[in-house]
Ligand binder design. Structure first.
Ligand SMILES: NC(=O)C1=CN([C@@H]2O[C@H](COP(=O)(O)OP(=O)(O)OC[C@H]3O[C@@H](n4cnc5c(N)ncnc54)[C@H](OP(=O)(O)O)[C@@H]3O)[C@@H](O)[C@H]2O)C=CC1
Ligand SMILES: CC(=O)[C@H](N)C(=O)O
Length: 251
């Protein structure tokens, strides 16, 4: 299915995977509203494409998410596609009780996605079409030490999506979860604080994801954007419900 003329909203588009998805959609003929809390990187990305508009949004705040969808509606029309990509990941050992980081993980990764559903599902059903894509993680499929809360948050997304998908069978609405393994060069672990947990995972706090890994142990952001395109471009009668995409040499 061609994406020419479609309207998309991408959260978490100020860096990493979300920025790559936004670039790919814009290059494929979509009008895109890109969202995150940091406006500067959004504006810089938007300046490279005639049909990309930045919108500051905190996905943990429902009214902020509603404002994002209204901005899209008044600029390009109600979205055909919502990409829930905003997310945080903290390596934390449960014994170190980083409660604030646990709560933030739940707020962004779980509540943020729920807010996205709240803003589009009803209208998608009414229109008989619409596609929600969630950037989940392979951490929803297998547990990693030091990531209990993160794994739980991504499992929440998978279960939410599958439950909603079953409820919506026959409505024309599609929901896809993309479950990437380690992706190179994103800012996901920059703000981590539990040094003991990070050390256990063999990562250095303050460095982008993948420092010191072999090439075949990492995906590029474009690989994840490619998986998103695969799901979006599938024929109308095909639902790509999940895509587990990992680097060749990830254990
Ligand atoms: N890198 C990896 O190895 C993998 C990443 N993922 C998932 O991919 C997604 C993107 O992560 P990635 O690109 O790696 O990391 P980045 O840290 O580069 O991107 C995270 C994005 O989320 C945004 N964000 C964080 N909190 C909020 C918030 N409250 N409201 C709105 N936006 C927010 C950030 O923008 P800002 O700070 O400006 O708000 C940023 O744009 C996440 O959901 C992550 O879990 C999944 C599997 C593997
Ligand atoms: C658990 C992981 O490290 C996964 N690659 C992710 O970043 O979600």
């Amino acid at each position: 299915m061609s994406l020419q003329g479609k309207v998309a909203v991408v959260t978490g588009a100020s860096s990493g995977i979300g920025a790559s998805i936004a670039r790919t959609l814009a290059s494929s003929g979509c009008s895109v509203v890109i969202a995150a809390r940091r406006l500067d990187p959004l504006e810089s990305l938007a300046s490279q494409f005639p049909t990309v508009t930045p919108c500051q949004c905190d996905v943990t705040d429902l009214s902020s998410f509603r404002n994002l969808i209204s901005t899209c509606e008044s600029t390009y029309g109600f979205p055909d596609i919502l990409i829930n990509c905003a997310g945080v990941m903290y390596f934390t050992l449960m014994k170190n009780c980083k409660v604030e980081e646990w709560i933030k993980t739940v707020d962004v990764n779980c509540k943020g996605v729920l807010h996205g559903f709240a803003c589009v599902v009803e209208k998608f059903i009414e229109r008989g079409s619409g596609h929600i894509i969630n950037i989940s993680s392979d951490a929803s499929k297998r547990m990693f030490p030091s990531l209990a809360v993160y794994c739980a948050s991504k499992t929440f997304i998978d279960v939410l999506a599958e439950g909603t998908r079953r409820e919506l069978v026959g409505t024309g609405v599609k929901i896809t979860n993309i479950q990437p393994g380690d992706v190179k060069g994103t800012e996901l672990i920059m703000g981590n604080t539990d040094g003991e947990a990070a050390e256990k995972m063999g990562v250095e706090i303050g460095k982008p994801v993948g420092e010191g890994f072999e090439r075949e142990q990492l995906l590029d952001v474009e690989d994840v954007a490619g998986a998103v395109m695969y799901a979006l471009e599938a024929p109308k009668h095909v639902a790509v419900n999940e895509v587990l995409i990992e680097p060749r040499d990830q254990e």
